[in-house]
Design a protein around this ligand. Structure first.
Ligand code: UDP
Ligand code: MG
Length: 317
């Protein structure tokens, strides 16, 4: 039964020359024993070392396909390209640096066979990462789950399997700023999780330094949530609600009722109150503009209104 199904392996590659030969051999070994037909897509994301040559060396294998980017576009785009070009009934995305344990691939396939449409690899510990990366990641998931509409499982990685229906839906996304795992979370579908211990990177350096990760995180916040945009408005509302009544109290107390406490407010203090109140109004208006921008933002993203599980489940027949 398995022999009729093709599994696509999607491997983004950026400066992995030293890992490619051993990774290829190890991956092939696992796939051969799985009993499925398979293809391996390497996406060379503008590597500056000899990764391209290493890939050419293994390109004699008809099951190996290579996409060669003209420059470095980043892992998210590399994964997207892989999903665009794969032809399997399911695709598994996996890093080339051995941090995603290859021996778990059969577990992913087993869960898929049992009906999962998305199988997500979740990193259990992160002890091989630096402190900043670890807490940064913790903070990222905390914030994103607070503000975004679709929750993201903390520590979920790009090591994941997608069923063909999910791949086809994913390929319809047109937005440019993208975090692959967030888009997949947005799509929904039946999901299962596999927990694993991230190993140390075998060779070479992690390309995602802190600066790159922060920019990825900022992009994700902006593309996944409208909350940052609305923040100015919320701040304005708080200021108006606090300063407005207080200013009114001072004005009435000083000039009309003659309340003792209110009378002690000097001219500059009243001016300060007035200014703060006006700033609050300005921020409220900004928030209002933000609502319109949010509207435009949603339209521009052009995400599908709904996602069908496909015609496989023929509900109406
Ligand atoms: N990668 C890529 N493009 C990049 C950076 C990384 O295709 O611009 C690939 C890299 O070759 C590896 C995977 O993405 O297969 C994960 O990268 P890395 O190990 O640097 O990140 P981390 O393990 O820290 O998430
Ligand atoms: Mg890595």
């Amino acid at each position: 039964m398995n022999a009729n199904k093709t599994i696509s392996l999607i491997v983004p590659v950026f400066n992995e020359a030293k890992n490619i030969p051993s990774f290829y051999v190890a991956l092939k070994e696992i796939l051969e024993t799985s009993g499925y037909r398979y293809e391996i897509l390497f996406i060379n994301d503008g590597s500056e070392d000899s990764s391209a040559e290493e890939l050419v060396k293994i390109s004699g294998d008809e099951r190996v396909k290579i996409l060669d980017f003209s420059r470095n576009f980043g892992k998210e785009i590399a994964l997207t390209a892989g999903l665009n070009h794969c032809s399997g009934e399911a695709a598994i995305m996996i890093d080339a640096d051995f941090q995603h344990p290859l021996e778990l691939i059969p577990d992913f396939l087993a869960k898929w066979e049992r009906g999962a449409e998305v199988v997500v690899g979740v990193r259990q510990t992160n002890k091989n990462c630096g402190l900043i990366k670890r807490y940064g990641s913790f903070l990222f998931y905390k914030i994103i789950n607070r503000i975004s509409e679709q929750p993201l499982a903390p520590n979920s990685t790009d090591f994941r399997l997608l069923d063909r229906v999910v791949i086809d839906e994913f390929n319809k996304f047109t937005e440019r700023n993208r975090l692959t795992r967030a888009l997949i979370a947005w799509l929904g579908f039946r999901r299962e999780y596999i927990y694993f211990e991230a190993k140390e990177r075998r060779d070479g350096l992690a390309a995602y330094n802190v600066r790159k990760l922060i920019s990825l995180a900022m992009n994700s916040f902006i593309s996944l949530s409208l909350f940052p945009l609305k923040m100015a408005g919320y701040l304005g509302i708080v200021i108006v609600l606090l300063v407005g009544p207080f200013g009114l109290y001072v004005l009435i107390g000083k000039y009309l009722a003659g309340w003792y406490y209110a009378s002690s407010f000097s001219g500059p203090a009243q001016l300060a109150l007035l200014l703060t109140f006006l700033v609050g109004i300005v921020l409220c208006s900004l928030g209002l503009v933000a609502l319109y921008i949010a509207h435009i933002h949603k339209e521009v993203l052009g995400r599908p209104l709904y996602v069908l599980r496909g015609k496989r489940n023929k509900i109406y027949e």
